[in-house]
Design a protein around this ligand. Structure first.
Ligand code: SF4
Length: 172
């Protein structure tokens, strides 16, 4: 059975930049947890960040791919450049996913690490743009399918096509 990497803040751990969790309440998630299918991980903590920590956004208004390949930077609200640690966070997450045979990931939407559809624009003004965070980008580039907490149903649909998944998903 293929495993699923899960953002630690979605699993209920208070590891976000502001010291909060973003606990995802889902019958399906609870079921995957009982099946020992979840690999819970926080990229930023793995890379040495502490909680709480300043908010960070990708600048200029680009996304994770540009950080990895085009010199875009990840900047904290204090002005500190933390790009290298965000890239390290992504590689550590990929290593963890590969070690545990995770083919899928559920990552927190909006994060400069974990966002898979939307991230903050880089202006620290609350606006968002379409795009992936650094970790979501690296996982996707390496064949791991990334879903957000809003896309559990899509992951269920995807798993239904997996012959190894003998227990069908429930609704959320
Ligand atoms: S890096 Fe990902 S798992 Fe860690 S707190 Fe941020 S969104 Fe959650």
């Amino acid at each position: 059975m293929k495993k699923i990497l899960l953002s630690a803040c979605l699993a209920g751990f208070p590891v976000r930049y502001n010291g909060s969790a973003k606990t995802l309440v889902s019958k399906q998630l609870a079921r995957w947890r009982r099946q020992n299918r979840l690999v819970i991980f926080c990229p930023e903590l793995a890379a040495g960040f502490r909680t709480p920590r300043p908010a960070a956004e990708i600048q200029p208004s680009l996304h994770g791919h540009a950080v990895i390949t085009q010199g875009a930077r990840v900047i904290e609200a204090t002005g500190e450049d933390v790009t290298e640690r965000y890239i390290l966070a992504a590689w550590l997450t990929l290593e963890m996913a590969q070690q545990h045979n995770c083919q899928f990931a559920i990552l927190t939407e909006g994060s400069p690490s974990c966002g898979s559809n939307m991230i903050y624009s880089g202006g620290f003004n609350g606006s968002k743009i379409a795009g992936m965070g650094v970790t979501a980008e690296l996982l996707t580039h390496n064949g791991i399918e990334v879903f957000s907490e809003h896309n559990i149903a899509q992951l269920c649909t995807r798993l239904a096509r997996e012959k190894s998944d003998d227990i069908p998903c429930t609704s959320r």
